[in-house]
Design a protein around this ligand. Structure first.
Ligand SMILES: [Zn+2]
Length: 223
């Protein structure tokens, strides 16, 4: 993957220390890149974690699979857009890569932050977060499916007019242990009229041809 591109975030660095604390929630005149935020919210709910460090600083970490450098870049870009004066970096972890940025205001932007794992506590979006998801539903779903989803192809063979033919059926699966996060995924799919069902307690499936085609416009194969 492109280490040079990753260095770009690192080298960019904070442009103005004075504005480091600019937070769209604490200072309403500060712009929030809501398109990037919708994606980052999906990524955070899927595979993200906020931890409190020293002196009131928090880290936002999104764990990405090394197989998909495009998703790593997109995650880093979204984090940088949401926190333009911060410094986005990456940290190696076994079999994956964490995209990380530090900020005192991550809990303002992700009020879902709390003690324990996400599936052990209620995950409810604030009204302003719901508005952003309603506005940029496709980006939110893209973040969710990029972090905790997959697109795979089932196939079957049929005999048509005496000839064996192979038919492929792409489908999506979103997997999460939190029933609240699964419900948010379903809600967002409903907003776009994309048909889905629960395959089992932890897996949400999008399998109908029209539904897969609709989700392809926002997510598509991972890269
Ligand atoms: Zn704040």
């Amino acid at each position: 993957m492109s280490r040079a591109a990753l260095r770009e975030w690192r080298d960019r660095g904070p442009t103005s220390r004075k504005r480091l604390s600019s937070c769209p929630r604490c200072q309403p005149d500060t712009d929030l890149d809501s398109l990037a935020y919708a994606y980052l919210l999906g990524s955070y709910l899927g595979d993200g974690c906020i931890s409190e460090l020293r002196r009131g600083v928090f880290s936002l970490r999104v764990t990405c699979c090394l197989d998909y450098p495009g998703i790593i870049m997109e995650t880093g870009d979204a984090m940088q857009a949401v926190h333009p004066h911060g410094r986005v970096s990456t940290a190696d972890a076994p079999g994956c890569l964490n995209v990380v940025a530090y900020w005192k205001h991550w809990p303002c932007l992700f009020p879902q932050h709390g003690p324990g794992r996400k599936h052990t506590r209620p995950i409810v979006l604030a009204p302003w977060q719901r508005e952003i998801v309603e506005q940029h539903t496709g980006r939110f779903l893209r973040g969710l499916f990029h972090s905790d989803g997959c697109r795979f192809t089932n196939w079957t063979e049929k005999t048509v007019a005496g000839a064996r033919r192979r038919y492929e059926y792409p489908r999506y699966m979103f997997t999460n242990r939190s029933t609240d996060i699964l419900a948010l995924c379903g809600w967002a799919l409903d907003l776009l009229d994309i048909d889905w069902r629960m395959a089992n307690a932890r897996n949400l499936s999008v399998a109908r041809r029209a539904a897969v085609a609709a989700l392809d416009r926002h997510v598509g194969p991972k890269s």
